[in-house]
Design a protein around this ligand. Structure first.
Ligand SMILES: Nc1ncnc2c1ncn2[C@@H]1O[C@H](COP(=O)(O)OP(=O)(O)OP(=O)(O)O)[C@@H](O)[C@H]1O
Ligand SMILES: O=P(O)(O)OC[C@H]1O[C@H](OP(=O)(O)OP(=O)(O)O)[C@H](O)[C@@H]1O
Ligand SMILES: [Mg+2]
Length: 283
């Protein structure tokens, strides 16, 4: 039985459960349930605080977990667990911020105090940047209030829309410390059977979300130029048509590029250009 950790609340919880459900796994219905057994798929899901998931997977108690890249790097369990796949949701930057106009670069933090809930991540980054004389102040949350209340000169926190910072009269400065998203982590070393299957399924969900299926007809002599526009994942499927001067082409395309590709194909001479969604796939 594969044992998998899923965030029980917070920014990643709903999207993680939705993705697992889309991949065909049974998820809990009641927020109070701590464990859910999906017998048919041979997986047991444990609903845990996202911050703790790295600890469970890193110590070898659980096989796989979904957490945030920033939380994983903050937990300092890299020796026991590793990031195996980005999941394309829960995207946010981890950034320095301070009251508007106070700082413009990280180097100016010399001798200052920086409040954060991610002190492992911040301390290591400060070391890498050779900013040895910056004091890290640990807070559990709502760090945006730390400067106003006098316990820090700047903060390092998760920034998604930037609305929380703005409301606190603050702005980011310097380069982002890191870019985070939801990730799958696995314990290092031998992987039990079943891990590749769950990862293939989640990859299928990701691809089905990010790609669309494009069909079109094109005169044979333009096929090479059309194929260059829609190379597909492996290569496009080419089928004969009753009219021997034409062929039908079928290819997966990134959803974000679809309208531009349809315009380009039409201008090239393609006709009957159809787009359909991909319900599920295995790549
Ligand atoms: N708008 C957001 N706010 C907070 N975290 C976000 C946001 N968008 C994505 N995330 C990600 O979600 C994870 C944090 O989740 P969560 O908010 O549940 O943790 P937490 O702040 O430690 O918990 P809590 O706020 O319940 O004490 C991080 O990986 C973070 O990058
Ligand atoms: O850029 P935004 O879209 O405004 O989102 C970022 C904010 O959301 C998170 O707080 P959360 O709600 O997790 O509260 P917390 O600080 O108590 O953890 C994070 O710590 C920021 O404060
Ligand atoms: Mg939070």
């Amino acid at each position: 039985m594969l044992r998998v950790a899923v965030p029980n609340k917070g920014a990643l919880s709903e999207a993680a459960m939705a993705m697992l459900a889309e991949a065909g796994y049974v998820q809990r219905r009641d927020r109070r349930e701590l464990v859910m057994l999906d017998e048919a798929n041979g997986v047991e899901f444990f609903y845990l605080r996202p911050r703790d998931i790295a600890v469970y997977v890193g110590s070898g108690t659980l096989d796989l977990g979904i957490t945030g890249r920033d939380l994983f790097q903050d937990a300092r369990v890299d020796h026991g667990a590793e990031e195996v796949m980005g999941l394309g949701f829960g995207g946010a930057g981890f950034r320095l911020a301070a009251p508007v106009g106070r700082f413009t670069a990280a180097e100016q933090l010399s001798g200052c105090r920086v409040a954060t809930s991610y002190d492992g991540l911040l301390s290591r980054w400060l070391e890498d940047q050779q900013l040895a004389d910056v004091e890290v102040v640990h807070l559990d949350g709502a760090v945006e209030s730390a400067v106003r209340l006098g316990v820090a000169d700047a903060i390092a926190d998760v920034v998604e829309t930037g609305n929380t910072l703005k409301a606190a009269g603050m702005e980011t400065f310097g380069e982002p410390i890191m870019q985070s998203e939801a990730i799958i982590i696995s314990r290092r070393g031998e992987r039990p059977e079943g891990i590749s299957r769950i990862m293939r399924r989640l990859e299928g969900v990701l691809v089905a979300r990010q790609y669309l299926m494009l069909d079109y007809d094109i005169p044979k002599d333009l096929l090479e130029r059309a194929s260059a526009l829609t190379p597909g994942l492996e290569s496009p499927t080419i089928s004969p048509l009753a009219d021997e001067g034409w062929v039908a082409v079928r290819s997966m395309v990134p959803a974000a590029d679809t309208n531009r590709l349809m315009d380009d194909l039409y201008e090239l001479g393609a006709r009957a250009i159809l787009v359909s969604s991909i319900h599920a796939c295995r790549i």
